[in-house]
Ligand binder design. Structure first.
Ligand code: SAH
Length: 370
């Protein structure tokens, strides 16, 4: 069967600046793209993209000529630049090149009871956390909804029979600084790819307006806040947005989110040698996290180019976790995944483009050893 496809162009968001993915289009846009065809064609296309995770070329329920037309009209956004595997195949990391040449990362991590994809929400990041490789690069641009959804699709294609069960927005970028597109991606990952909202986590440096907006959404996703310090003096240095939204206000927003959504709040804490890993830091964190019933995820800092601090030793990590436990705080020590493949935030891209690395934004402070 040939010739039953329309000649109109796909609804394009490229004019609006960023879309290039076949996963950018919602059903009504695909309907418009297939205008003049029976409506079941949209359903077949949707099923092909979201249930079979197929390239338009391979959606065999569609006529061949339509397939090749759609393959042109609905390009993939992610082009493989580098793929690395570690942890005996349990961790896979991709560096993707986007249509405009931007590079972003995605990581798939298999665990016994779940498989988690770590998704980037921006190319680069404007939050300027000095210890983070992405923060050191600066901001390129927001990702489109489709560019985020496609990362999950590619990870699921890799995972095969081991279904991707969890998605964390903990790759490159600040998801709440790209709120609308990120939320549309959450809805698509939930509604079209079928992941439970309770298995989706948005991680933020602590953008309060975004946290309050999240609290109003109907899908109950988890909130993770990258805390790293529980006093304003240190947090101002480590996570510069703290100067705009300091800890007391952040706690109020977190509390509002937790009570409104019923979802568990978690704090991320990258343990940095002699910076935030002492028993006093643990006590401060316990005082902050306790009233919020927050769970704490501890991870030794992955060293990055451009930040002179090393991660805490195993012993320090255990002592820190023990102190939190003594103070009634639930804490998990995260296994670092993919260290040998630069799987820490932004590191793969940093090593790939190290000549482009900008110097760190801030001087090492008095809290940082020489
Ligand atoms: N902008 C969001 C999401 C991306 S970063 C946020 O900050 O939450 C995902 C997590 O990795 C954050 O908790 C971040 O602080 C942490 N991270 C960044 N660089 C790291 C490093 N070098 N070692 C360990 N954790 C790091």
């Amino acid at each position: 069967m040939t010739g039953d496809f329309p000649t109109s162009d796909p609804p394009s968001r490229t004019e609006r600046g960023i879309s290039t993915s076949r996963y950018d289009h919602d059903r009504s846009e695909l309907d418009a793209l297939l205008a003049g065809l029976p409506t079941y064609r949209t359903e077949q296309l949707w099923q092909g993209l979201y249930s079979d995770l197929a390239d338009p070329d391979d959606i065999t329920t569609l006529p061949a000529a339509l397939r090749s037309q759609l393959a042109e009209q609905l390009p993939a956004a992610l082009h493989l630049d580098q793929r690395s595997v570690s942890d005996n195949g349990e961790t896979v990391k991709w560096l993707w090149r986007l249509a405009d040449g931007s590079l972003i990362e995605t990581v798939l991590m298999h665990y016994e009871e779940r498989s988690t994809v770590c998704v980037s929400s921006q190319a680069g990041c404007a939050m300027a956390c000095g210890f983070c490789a992405t923060g050191q690069m600066g901001f390129d641009r927001h990702l489109s909804t489709g560019e985020m959804v496609e990362q999950v699709v590619r990870a699921q294609q890799e995972a095969g029979d081991r279904r991707v069960s969890n998605v964390v927005f903990m790759g490159m970028g600040e998801p709440l600084a790209n709120y609308d597109r990120t939320w549309a991606a959450v809805e698509r990952i939930h509604g079209a790819l079928g992941l439970s909202a309770r298995h989706l986590t948005i991680s933020t440096v602590g953008l309060i307006p975004g946290i309050l907006k999240l609290a109003e959404e109907t899908l109950p996703v988890n909130l993770a806040v990258s805390l790293h310090a529980a006093n304003d003096r240190l947090r101002d240095e480590l996570v510069p947005v703290n100067r705009r939204w300091p800890l007391t206000a952040l706690a109020e927003a977190c509390s509002h989110h937790a009570t409104t959504t019923g979802r568990r709040l978690s704090f991320e804490w990258a343990l940095m040698h002699d910076v935030n890993d002492t028993l006093r830091d643990a006590a401060e964190l316990a005082d902050y996290a306790g009233p919020l019933s927050a769970h704490v995820n501890l991870i030794p800092l992955n060293p990055t180019p451009g930040w002179p601090i090393r991660g805490s030793s195993h012993l320090r990590v255990r002592e820190f976790a023990g102190e939190l436990g003594n103070r009634g705080i639930n804490a998990t020590i995260r296994r670092t995944r993919g260290v040998d493949i630069d799987a820490a935030c932004g590191q793969l891209r940093a090593s790939r483009t190290s000549v482009d690395l900008r110097p760190p934004r801030r001087e090492a402070s008095s809290h940082l050893p020489d």
